[in-house]
Design a binder for this molecule. Structure first.
Ligand SMILES: *[C@@H]1O[C@H](CO)[C@@H](O)[C@H](O)[C@H]1NC(C)=O
Ligand SMILES: *[C@@H]1O[C@H](CO)[C@@H](O)[C@H](O)[C@H]1NC(C)=O
Ligand SMILES: *[C@@H]1O[C@H](CO)[C@@H](O)[C@H](O)[C@H]1NC(C)=O
Ligand SMILES: *[C@@H]1O[C@H](CO)[C@@H](O)[C@H](O)[C@H]1NC(C)=O
Length: 792
């Protein structure tokens, strides 16, 4: 308690003697604050001995005691703003303890503010957004600046960098706190100046004055105060008409000075009645004008449109678009056939109009000028009429048989580059006119038929060709009655012709021996109107058949019952010509080539018959034992196929004299024993003998004669070709006939006169024919031709 009382007593004492200093803040360490030894009344040299020291009571010790010379100095840096913040007075208290005397002293140091802090803004940069439509005088509160100093050292005022649009107003609140406000003095225009940079300065009242700054960025917010503006008032473009669909013709461009949505421009075509909206399309975003359809110069060569640009909030403006379509040769000429004839007769005169057509090209200028043409080699030409009408007319005569149809290609070509053309086909049928008669392929025909043909046999087939068509080419055949003698039956009784097929038929069976050829004329006639016809001659040659057996002329069978007897003298030498068998064959050629054979004889070795001459000669001399009467059977055969033959029995009487013969013969039963006939018989025998001699002579003479005639004939036939092969071929036999006729006439003076009417087949040199009846009739209707040239 004593110590406590002492301590309290000493505190009391100390409080009574308080020491006060005043120092500015931020003094250097060791800076002198005050001479504390002197202020306490203590000896400086005693201080360290007495043990004086600063008692800090646990706080931070800002001061130190220099014991050597008793000064109080700054121990630590003192910041007034840290110690006392905004307090006007800042005091630091501490005690000095003298240990030796246990005296304690209170010391008070006042810290004096110095202007060591500048005003500063919390944000160095201020963002302000002000719409450009903001009214004038509008205030915008700005950020305060702070200065930790106090008094005049603290914040005194604000200042704004110079600006046309803004001013600064500083307000003071209670306790002198100041705050700045920005005032809009002039209207803003974002399009003019979108951002304003300002500088706000805060200053204090210290010495020297300190200041802090903050940048202010005023962003002018956009308002839709600008309409879009087109870059051109009129957009013009020239487009060829053949641009494909979807081609971009031009791009309209409108700019909007605003920004953001206010500057987003969309484009529209101003709707006006008409087709333009179907042809063109405007891309509302890009402003591209494209074609929706093909442009057609021929429809419209100029398009005018109005385009509207609209920004996000509906401000709009307009411009014009002019599209000029340039013609391209994109249309081929069009050919319109106004009238057409599909068929024209071949005899139409040149200049006949076939087709009238109209040519049109939808292009203009050279692209629309058209030239029409047809191939050169056609018998047609084009004629130009008014108003692009053309006519196709015939240029030459037509011939249906050469060209029956024409496929005429009319080419219409324009003058564009490249030119376009149209082909039109006109099909023309050439109608037939009966202008061609039927024609035979040969000028004359020859046909052959065997005689004895069956009736109705087809002889030949004739064909005439008519180049016309239809009934003009329908040919019918008929026979022309030729110039037969009046009394002759008509030709139609011999042959007929099938009028449709042209096949000739025989109506009767022909006989070569009656007629060897037949001259026919056949007419071929078409069915046109008027009909045309042509004639052709046909010679029908009748071919020989071996249908006639040889006919023995001599020796003939006596018709009055007597038998012909040949006489031979008993003294006859071998080779003596007893008689000659004479035969003819009505056939000709091989069929009339006769050969003679001895078939049977009483004395086989006594007589021989000449194979071709028919002469009966003795082979040897007669002997006494030979019978007086020798019977011979001679066969005459022709060379036909099959051969035909005839036989004759010849009786040869061998005697030295006629009475002997007669007596010989009288032993035979005579059919007539009248003196009359006997006399005749003798007469005949006498004549026969004479005849034999005469015959020999005649044969010789004839041979010479024939030879001469033959030569003559050869010369004649060389000179003129009259007289066919047949006449010369049968001359030999004809000569024989001639002789025989004479001969027979003489030998049978008193015999049956029938023998003079021998039928000799006559070669038909004249154009004569046999009638139907004559085919069966014995008598020939033909005038007996003097074939027997050998007679003269
Ligand atoms: C004591 O010494 C300090 C330096 O050691 C000096 O700054 C101060 O002035 C002196 N005090 C006096 C009273 O001489
Ligand atoms: C529109 O015109 C403006 C100014 O001339 C230009 O900058 C812009 O690129 C154009 N826009 C188009 C799509 O051409
Ligand atoms: C004509 O000729 C053309 C081409 O050669 C062809 O296309 C057309 O069919 C022909 N016309 C007739 C009717 O034949
Ligand atoms: C054909 O013959 C007949 C009769 O002889 C005659 O009238 C006609 O004119 C002849 N025709 C021709 C084309 O010769």
């Amino acid at each position: 308690p004593v110590l406590l009382c002492f301590l309290l007593g000493s505190l009391w004492e100390t409080s009574a003697a308080q020491i006060r200093y005043s120092v500015p803040e931020e003094m250097k360490k060791g800076s002198f604050v005050g001479n504390i030894a002197k202020d306490l009344g203590l000896e400086v040299r005693m201080l360290s001995q007495l043990g004086a020291r600063i008692v800090s009571r646990g706080k931070k010790q800002y001061f130190a005691l220099n014991v050597r010379n008793g000064s109080l100095v700054i121990g630590e840096r003192i910041d007034r703003e840290e110690l006392c913040t905004q307090s006007t007075q800042c005091l630091l208290n501490f005690n000095v303890l003298v240990e030796d005397t246990l005296k304690i002293y209170s010391v008070e140091v006042e810290i004096i503010d110095i202007n060591d802090n500048s005003p500063h803004f919390l944000l160095e940069e201020l963002e302000l957004k002000i719409s450009e439509t903001t009214a004038l005088g509008t205030q915008h509160l700005l950020e305060n600046a702070y200065d930790p100093d106090v008094g005049v050292n603290s914040l005194q005022g604000y200042e704004l960098s110079s600006s046309d649009h803004f001013s600064l107003k500083v307000h003071s609140r209670a306790k002198g706190v100041k705050y700045p406000e920005l005032i809009l003095e002039r209207a803003l225009d974002r399009e003019d100046e979108p951002i304003h940079h300002l500088m706000l300065t805060a200053w204090d009242g210290g010495e020297p004055v300190r200041s802090g700054t903050a940048r202010i960025r005023v962003t002018v917010l956009d308002a839709n105060d600008n309409a879009p503006v087109f870059t051109q008032p009129i957009y013009t473009v020239n487009v060829p008409e053949n641009v494909p669909q979807g081609t971009v013709l031009l791009i309209v461009n409108a700019t909007d000075a605003d920004e953001g949505i206010n500057s987003q421009v969309r484009y529209f075509l101003v709707k006006i009645p008409g087709k333009n909206s179907e042809i063109f399309q405007l891309n509302s975003v890009t402003g591209e004008l494209l074609t929706l359809q093909n442009l057609d110069y021929e429809d419209a060569e100029f398009h005018e449109m109005e385009v509207e640009a609209q920004d996000g909030l509906g401000l709009r403006s307009r411009a014009k678009i002019h599209v000029t379509v340039v013609d391209v040769n994109d249309n081929a000429p069009e050919v319109t056939i106004t009238s057409v004839t599909s068929s024209i007769p071949e005899n139409a005169p040149p200049g006949t109009i076939i087709t009238l057509f109209h040519v049109h090209d939808r292009d203009s200028g050279k692209n629309g000028q058209v030239l029409c043409s047809i191939p050169d080699d056609l018998p047609f030409k084009l004629e130009k009429k008014v108003d692009n009408y053309h006519s196709l007319v015939t240029d030459r005569a037509l011939d249906r048989e050469q060209v029956s149809e024409y496929n005429i290609t009319v080419t219409a070509v324009d003058f564009g580059g490249p030119p376009l053309s149209t082909d039109t086909h006109i099909f023309l049928h050439v109608a037939d006119i009966n202008d061609n008669p039927p024609t035979f392929s040969q000028s004359a025909y020859s046909a052959y038929i065997q005689e004895n043909n069956p009736r109705g046999a087809s002889i030949y087939s004739l064909t005439a060709h008519d180049p016309d068509s239809q009934e003009n080419a329908l040919v019918t055949y008929s026979l022309v009655d030729s110039n037969l003698p009046l009394e002759a039956p008509p030709l139609s009784s011999y042959v007929s012709i099938n009028s449709e097929t042209g096949v000739l038929y025989a109506l009767c069976s022909f006989d070569y021996e009656q007629s060897q050829e037949l001259q026919l004329r056949v007419t071929a006639r078409d069915s046109g109107d008027p009909p045309l016809s042509s004639n052709v001659s046909l010679t029908l040659f009748i071919l020989d058949q071996n249908d006639n057996a040889p006919e023995i002329l001599y020796p003939a069978f006596p018709t009055d019952g007597s038998s012909g007897v040949e006489l031979a003298p008993r003294s006859a030498e071998p080779g003596y010509l007893v008689t000659k068998v004479v035969a003819v064959d009505a056939d000709s050629g091989q069929n009339a080539w006769l050969s003679y054979h001895l078939l049977k004889a009483t004395e086989p070795r006594l007589f021989s018959v000449g194979l071709h001459s028919g002469e009966i000669r003795t082979v040897r001399a007669f002997l006494d034992k030979d019978a007086l009467k020798q019977n011979l059977l001679v066969a005459v055969t022709d060379n036909g196929e099959p051969p035909l033959s005839a036989t004759i029995s010849v009786t040869v009487a061998v005697a030295d004299s006629i009475p002997e013969i007669l007596s010989d013969l009288s032993s035979h039963p005579a059919p007539e024993s009248q003196d009359d006939s006997l006399l005749t018989f003798y007469l005949v025998i006498a004549v026969a003998v004479v005849s034999c001699l005469f015959f020999t002579f005649i044969v010789l003479l004839l041979a010479l004669r024939l030879r001469k005639w033959w030569m003559l004939q050869v010369v004649q036939s060389a000179a003129d070709h009259v007289g066919g092969v047949s006449s010369s071929q049968f001359l030999g036999i004809d000569g024989v006939r001639a002789f025989l006729q004479t001969y027979s006439h003489e030998v049978s003076l008193t015999m049956d006169s029938r023998k003079s009417q021998l039928f000799f087949p006559q070669p038909n040199y004249a154009d004569t024919l046999i009638s139907q009846q004559s085919c069966e009739q014995k008598e020939s209707p033909f005038p007996a031709q003097s074939l027997l040239q050998g007679k003269d």
